[in-house]
Design a protein around this ligand. Structure first.
Ligand SMILES: *Cc1c(COP(=O)(O)O)cnc(C)c1O
Length: 427
């Protein structure tokens, strides 16, 4: 596969942009690529890089492109909005349309505020939780990602009940000292944290299906325990559904697993490929947000009309009957193809999947936490990733990310992915 033009574009980008990329995982370093692929265009489930290589996409821009690229409804509404105006800094009916769609899909979300990224959504949700409870501590799970705001950049540090240390220079100890860390699915450790500090905890934030350490499922009783501990201690339960919202079902993970959070954060799919985030939840909590209440939160481009139009168009397509059944069927076929290929080779592997998000871990399972995910053979994953790329299959360039299924994938696309995986494991 020729990638000379990408290599040249990367050279130039690095002169002006740190590392040549605007988000670190795009650098593709962890899979041993000397440079990232520069994308020229995409249509349906196919992406063309700058050198003209055509790839079948299983990344979906990290989640948002669940319809694939160029869906006529999304493009149609964007075209109309371009002529009407792209930003006003004043309310539009579009914001209410998207807000209503979200509230209808997720009954726990009684009111919702739009922002421009998932990072802003989680950052704001925690501020609101702290303001509402008048408490300062938050609890997060090791390996869960909630965007890059300071309080969440604490996931390193092993073990349970440890006070978090900053993951990044520039994040102060005092910020992360208010973040308590627990291993995912570890109900015992979580109970211990609440027993010890329950009165100080403003919020427990959780990815109800973890997607940022690779896909890790909540074990039976885990989300219920989160709910119960929060209710008993007066802390707010925040579901970070930035990935899972409108992906694992119309009502998100909260519908799929039947647990009702106090606050929910959203992003990715609700922007239909444009920059959007949102946080919402209980009316009494959301009523504390300015200008109704005194917890400050704002944004020049919040509720941007282009983003609202793309998001609303996307959700309307997803609301059609049979959409999630079709996604489930596509995802099932992909998973079966990968499982068959890996099993035939007798390699240790674990496939974790919830609906149209999955990860093939290169280790013996079960993978149920960050500690167990870390046992994966990342070198073998890098070889696999490169082989798949050479076969025209574009996967997320990290063992610790999710394979995203879009509605635009054809049977032929899926058969090609299965054949490529079979060739890797067979050879
Ligand atoms: C992607 C993601 C975020 C951050 O969203 P950005 O739009 O990248 O800021 C937060 N939480 C989860 C679960 C995510 O997957």
């Amino acid at each position: 596969m020729k990638t000379e033009i990408s290599a040249r574009l990367f050279e130039e980008a690095q002169r002006y942009i740190p590392g040549g990329v605007n988000s670190p995982v795009r650098a593709m370093k962890s899979v041993g690529m000397p440079h990232p692929l520069f994308v020229a265009r995409a249509k349906g489930a196919h992406i063309w890089d700058a050198d003209g290589n055509e790839l079948v996409d299983f990344v979906s821009s990290w989640g948002p492109m669940i319809l694939g690229w160029g869906h006529p409804d999304v493009i149609g509404r964007l075209r109309v909005q371009l002529d009407l105006g792209t930003s006003f800094g004043a309310p539009t009916e579009l914001e209410t349309e998207l807000a209503r769609l979200i509230c209808e899909a997720m009954p726990s979300v009684e009111m919702v505020r739009m922002v421009s990224s998932g990072t802003e959504a989680t950052m704001s949700a925690v501020r609101v939780a702290r303001g509402f409870t008048r408490r300062e501590k938050i609890v997060k799970f090791i390996g869960c990602y909630h965007g890059h705001s300071d309080a969440f950049l604490a996931a390193a540090g092993s073990g349970v009940l440890t006070l978090a240390l900053p993951d990044s220079p520039g994040v102060t100890h005092s910020t992360t000292a208010d973040t308590l860390l627990v291993e995912y699915n570890d109900v015992e450790a979580l109970s211990a944290v609440f027993a010890e500090r329950g009165e100080e905890i403003a919020a427990l934030i959780v990815e109800p299906v973890a997607g940022n350490m690779g896909v890790v499922l909540p074990e039976p009783g885990f989300l219920e325990a989160c709910r119960e501990l929060c209710t008993r201690s007066g802390a707010l339960l925040v579901f970070d559904e930035v990935i899972t919202g409108f992906r694992v079902g119309w009502g998100g993970a909260q519908e799929r697993f039947g647990v009702r959070p106090d606050l929910t954060t959203l992003g990715k799919i609700i922007g239909g490929g444009l920059p959007v985030g949102a946080f919402g939840g209980r009316r009494d909590v959301m009523e504390t947000v300015a200008p109704l209440g005194s917890t400050y939160q704002a944004g020049t481009l919040s509720g941007n009309p282009l983003a609202m139009a793309a998001g609303a168009a996307t959700l309307r397509v997803l609301a059609e009957p049979g959409v999630y059944e079709r996604l489930e069927a596509l995802a099932h076929t992909v998973a079966a193809g990968l499982t068959d290929a890996a099993s035939a080779a007798g390699r240790p592997f674990t496939l974790n999947r919830v609906g149209p998000m999955m990860t093939l871990f290169f280790c013996q399972g079960p993978v149920r936490s960050f500690a167990t995910a870390k046992q994966a053979d990342t070198q073998l994953f890098a070889d696999y990733w490169m082989h798949m790329l050479e076969s025209g299959i574009y996967l997320a360039p990290s063992q610790f990310e999710a394979t995203m299924i879009s509605l635009a994938l054809s049977d032929d696309d899926i058969a090609r992915a299965a054949a490529a995986a079979a060739a890797f494991f067979g050879g």
